[in-house]
Design a protein around this ligand. Structure first.
Ligand SMILES: [Mg+2]
Length: 375
């Protein structure tokens, strides 16, 4: 991996101005419901953002972790309100981000507020990269490097998951992740055993407890996975219990990964400072955007910790191409339909789009079908 991060000033500025922000809400039905230890989701609500400029380029970004349709409208309204603050401003991601943070200081830039700010920051980076006619990774000082890509399997049924694992290998994924944390520990083992049998020894398999266990339970359940040779296991206990995760990480043989619920750089610092996990996987939206994600990746590098992505694969394939110690790009194919050219794995890896910007093009036919009216 190259290590260009930090060699480029992230305070990129353009004289182009932001002229408007178009916000759409969609609810994408899933052929296979998303099964997790925190609930089953039959559809994925998303907010799509198109940031318009007077330079003739449009910055695209999206928020796909609303989970409940009731969250769509609040998130869209937040993005709408924040957008009004930046109409007429220069296309400068750091300036925009600082302005929004200043304006929202008394409200508190956490949770959905932070997510709404992050979507705008990402759209600003996309527009700027398009304006410069560079793929995002090149604007960020890197090159179109490939990153190993794995598919997250959304079914907890052993046979369905094993079939999806075989399909994933055939399509070109370099690994698969299984959702764990079922009430009966043996159900997790049965799922992983079926997927291991389908994939063969040595094929990378990850697991994800989605915060389902107490620290004591997690220590026992991690031990029961020892023989399965997993690449990592995510969030065995509550995401913000860094001390608990440090205890689990210390005791477990299988590497532990957390970070998808870090809410900004202070969480990254606190988590890394006590070695809460062996590996990290910050979420670009929950971190607060591209600049904050890269900062977290830089902290992970300084701590000697490998970094992977969480969701948002079209965007994160650029960030992982830039980050030192980058490891795995997560992808779930359930949202592929809304993009004209979704991320495609080849021989276990994925490449950033060669197009200027992130490389997202909305599939307007699909979006029209999934559109949710909000005003
Ligand atoms: Mg996870």
């Amino acid at each position: 991996m190259n290590h260009p991060q930090g060699e480029r000033d992230l305070g990129e500025v353009s004289q182009a101005r932001i002229t408007g922000v178009d916000i759409r809400m969609i609810n994408v039905p899933l052929g296979q419901p998303l099964e997790t230890a925190a609930g089953v989701f039959p559809a994925l609500p998303m907010v799509l953002v198109d940031l318009e400029t007077d330079a003739g380029v449009t910055g695209c970004a999206y928020f796909s972790a609303c989970f409940l349709p009731m969250m769509l409208k609040p998130i869209a309204l937040l993005i709408d309100g924040l957008s009004e603050m930046i109409i007429g401003d220069r296309l400068a991601p750091a300036e925009i981000d600082q302005k929004l943070r200043r304006n929202m200081r008394l409200v508190g830039a956490k949770g959905p507020v932070a997510s709404a700010m992050a979507v705008i920051e990402i759209a600003t980076w996309d527009a700027l990269a398009k304006h410069r006619q560079l793929p995002l990774c090149e604007l960020l000082g890197g090159a179109r490097q490939k990153t190993p890509i794995y598919q997250t399997i959304v079914s907890m049924d052993p046979q369905t998951a094993a079939e999806k694992a075989i399909e994933s290998i055939e399509v070109g994924y370099g690994g698969v992740k299984c959702k764990l944390g079922q009430a009966d520990p043996q159900a997790d083992i049965a799922l992983l055993t079926a997927v291991r049998a389908a994939c063969g020894d040595g094929y990378p398999i990850m697991g994800d407890f989605n915060q389902a266990l107490s620290v004591d339970e997690a220590e026992q359940r991690m031990e029961s996975l020892d023989e399965l040779n997993l690449t990592w296991v995510e969030e065995p206990t509550l995401a913000d219990d860094f001390e608990g995760h440090a205890r689990i990480t210390e005791a477990a043989r299988t590497p532990v990964s957390i970070g998808e619920n870090w809410q900004g750089i202070a969480d990254a610092q606190r988590s890394l400072s006590i070695s809460a996990s062996d590996l990290v996987m910050p979420d670009v939206i929950r971190m607060g955007g591209i600049t904050a994600w890269l900062e977290a990746a830089h902290l992970a590098d300084e701590a000697g910790v490998g970094v992977s992505s969480h969701g948002y694969s079209e965007i994160c394939v650029h960030l992982l191409a830039v980050a030192a110690r980058s490891q795995w790009l997560e992808h779930v194919d359930v949202l592929d339909e809304i993009f004209l050219d979704p991320i495609k794995p080849t021989n276990g890896v994925a490449l950033p789009s060669p197009k200027p910007g992130v490389g997202i093009s909305w599939n307007e036919d699909a979006i029209r079908r999934f559109l949710v009216k909000w005003r």
